[in-house]
Write a protein that binds this ligand. Structure first.
Ligand SMILES: O=C(CO)COP(=O)(O)O
Ligand SMILES: O=C[C@H](O)COP(=O)(O)O
Ligand SMILES: [Zn+2]
Ligand SMILES: [Zn+2]
Length: 312
């Protein structure tokens, strides 16, 4: 099966009360860890490439590695541009064969967000590609842009119908209290997503797929392992998994996870270096790191997203 768009995945996820995992990819081991877990669990997948990832690996490698994963797994996989910030970047990814792009103009005024999103949608739809857009601003770090908690803002539900009808976007990322990175909530505070905002958005957009960014749960055993073996990540806190499960059962069809993959990989490599200081063949530490990603992703697919067994 060639790369697919997210259209059918989202329809099934919406009606089935589960969500698709959208995992950020940056190199071969990350792609293999994610896709091996999904293949064993027969889960549909979105693999997403950020602007930074495309700059890191160059525009050819990640596309070709994802194509290899499609061949190896036979899974329905969508290749998605994460946080596209210009028409040109979206167009370039569409030319490369991405099946889905995000245009994130959420930091611009409403009318400009609509105009740029509309421009991307017209080009994308002409090429059989679907578009994710965003309303509301997440706190945290995204491609070296740091949005402080004070500058973040929840999505205004009263804007969503006009936005979706004027842009023609295929899915919408909203801000309900998640944020990018490993420090999502202040230690000592109770993490709580704004389900009232999600419910009002989905009431206004019945059947329309909603996307949650910044949805790593920052597993505390991984944070502890990083810190135990020389890391320094005090107070790293993520979104509680029960809240992600609830979101997946509602209108949220795509849940974005990157930081947890980074944590799994880093914890494993730190541990390996500490316990096996004589090793210097990268395969010795990348093999367990890949396995750690695989185990993390398997847990997400089964226990958080509920998309295992939904690939075919
Ligand atoms: O939203 C994300 C990618 O777009 C990733 O979020 P996390 O930093 O929570 O993993
Ligand atoms: O949304 C942000 C993703 O985690 C991608 O991060 P990045 O821009 O550092 O690749
Ligand atoms: Zn954004
Ligand atoms: Zn994001």
């Amino acid at each position: 099966m060639p790369l697919v768009t997210t259209k059918e995945m989202f329809e099934k996820a919406y009606n089935g009360g589960y969500a698709i995992g959208a995992f950020n990819v940056n190199n071969m081991e990350i792609i293999q860890g994610i896709t091996e877990a999904a293949a064993e669990l027969k889960a549909p997948l979105i693999l997403q490439v950020s602007k930074g990832a495309r700059a890191y690996a160059n525009r050819t490698y990640l596309k070709k590695l994802v194509e290899a994963a499609v061949i190896e797994t036979g899974l329905p996989i969508a290749l998605h541009l994460d946080h596209g910030d210009s028409f040109e970047l979206c167009k370039s990814c569409i030319e490369d064969g991405f099946t889905s792009v995000m245009i994130d103009a959420s930091s611009k005024p409403f009318a400009e967000n609509i105009a740029l999103t509309r421009q991307v949608v017209e080009y994308a739809h002409d090429h059989g590609v679907v578009v994710e857009a965003e309303l509301g601003t997440l706190a945290g770090i995204e491609d070296e842009v740091n949005v402080s908690a004070e500058d973040s803002s929840y999505t205004h539900p009263e804007e969503v119908e006009e936005f979706v009808s004027k842009t023609g976007c295929d899915s919408l990322a909203i801000a309900i209290g998640t944020s990018h990175g490993a420090y999502k909530f202040k230690p000592g505070t109770k993490p709580q997503l704004r389900f009232d905002v999600l419910e009002e958005v989905s009431r206004r957009l019945p059947g329309f797929p909603i996307v949650l960014h910044g949805s790593s749960s920052v597993p505390q055993d991984l944070v502890a392992k990083v810190n135990q073996y020389g890391g320094n990540m005090p107070g790293a806190i993520g979104v509680p998994e029960d809240q992600l499960r609830k979101a997946a059962s509602l209108a949220v069809c795509k849940i974005n996870i990157d930081s947890d993959l980074r944590l799994a990989m880093t914890a494993s490599i730190r541990e390996h270096f500490a316990l096996h200081p004589a090793d210097f063949d990268p395969r010795q530490y990348l093999k367990p790191a890949r396995q750690a990603i695989k185990e993390l992703v398997a847990h997400k697919l089964v226990d958080v997203l509920g998309c295992d067994g939904k690939a075919f």
